[in-house]
Design a binder for this molecule. Structure first.
Ligand SMILES: NC(=O)c1ccc[n+]([C@@H]2O[C@H](COP(=O)([O-])OP(=O)(O)OC[C@H]3O[C@@H](n4cnc5c(N)ncnc54)[C@H](O)[C@@H]3O)[C@@H](O)[C@H]2O)c1
Length: 251
């Protein structure tokens, strides 16, 4: 194990599967103590056991980020137990899509409640404790969909555009408090959840037509970006949005 993140306390939301589980695993193997948050305890415990099997340190904290009361309670428990929060990876998100004319009020509310409201209040609660310690790193999971239009993704694009706006405001408010806030914007990323679509040659060909480097992102591409943004020499980088899209949005 390469222990460059030893003694770092890192919260990862949406850590029960997909990108969040992968990031948590890779950060734990770099020595961090990783606090896994998502709704499903069984899935969280499976990710935790996996990390422990490989020699990493992880704890599971069941949390539904649509409840501000739950976020407040869980982040306080974490701060009381670990004495600090060094890093928040604000990753939990929903990504279903509909043609604009088919979007129902409940679709709008479900996606905004997680992608925007939940993300904001996780940042707020982590920020509160980071300010107390004079240090913190917050990474907000955005998407290439925050920068360009994608058909049938009106609500998702709006929610991720909102994430970019929040990233800049929080970065500005907390810049003189030792806290940086940055976003990352991946393109299609291969996970167990997206594999179903990306394993279909026709679907993959359609996606790759838009990605000049000719491949989708891997979770390791995302973790590498995160390791830079939480690393020792990136304190001047705040309010940015690191795009990991193989060139999708430059066209
Ligand atoms: N996979 C991609 O291609 C891709 C590309 C760009 C951005 N993203 C973003 O990356 C993030 C992770 O995506 P993924 O593909 O791993 O998704 P996923 O569906 O595989 O995992 C999402 C995670 O968020 C959690 N979550 C959802 N609602 C929650 C809630 N109310 N409270 C707590 N946790 C909740 C889920 O339990 C799960 O752990 C999302 O923000 C997504 O928008 C994904």
């Amino acid at each position: 194990m390469n222990m460059t993140l030893k003694d770092k306390i890192i919260i990862v939301t949406g850590a029960s599967k997909g990108i969040g589980a992968g990031i948590a695993n890779e950060l734990a193997l770099a020595g961090a103590t990783v606090l896994l948050c998502a709704r499903n305890s069984d899935q969280l415990n499976a990710v935790k056991e996996n990390i422990e099997k490989e020699g990493g340190i992880a704890y599971a904290f069941p949390l539904d980020i649509t409840s501000v009361a739950e976020i407040t309670r869980v982040f306080k428990t974490i701060f009381d137990q670990f004495g600090k929060i060094d890093v928040l990876i604000n990753n939990a998100g929903l990504g279903f899509n509909h043609a604009a004319l088919d979007v129902e009020e409940s679709d709008w509310d479900a996606m905004m409640d997680v992608n925007l409201k939940g993300l904001f209040f996780c940042a707020q609660q982590a920020g509160k404790y980071m300010i107390e310690k004079g240090y913190g790193r917050i990474i907000n999971m955005s998407s290439q969909a925050s920068l360009v239009a994608i058909k049938d993704h009106a609500v998702y694009c709006a929610s991720k555009g909102g994430v970019n706006a929040l990233t800049k405001v929080l970065a500005l408010e907390w810049a003189d408090k030792g806290i940086t806030v940055n976003g990352i914007s991946p393109t299609f990323t291969y996970t167990p959840g997206t594999a179903e679509r990306l394993d279909s040659p026709d679907y993959l060909a359609g996606v790759l037509q838009r990605i000049p480097v000719g491949k989708v992102a891997a979770i390791a591409d995302i973790t590498t970006a995160i390791r830079y943004l939480i690393g020792p020499n990136s304190g001047m980088v705040t309010g940015s949005n690191l795009v990991i899209d193989g060139g999708w949005t430059i066209q």
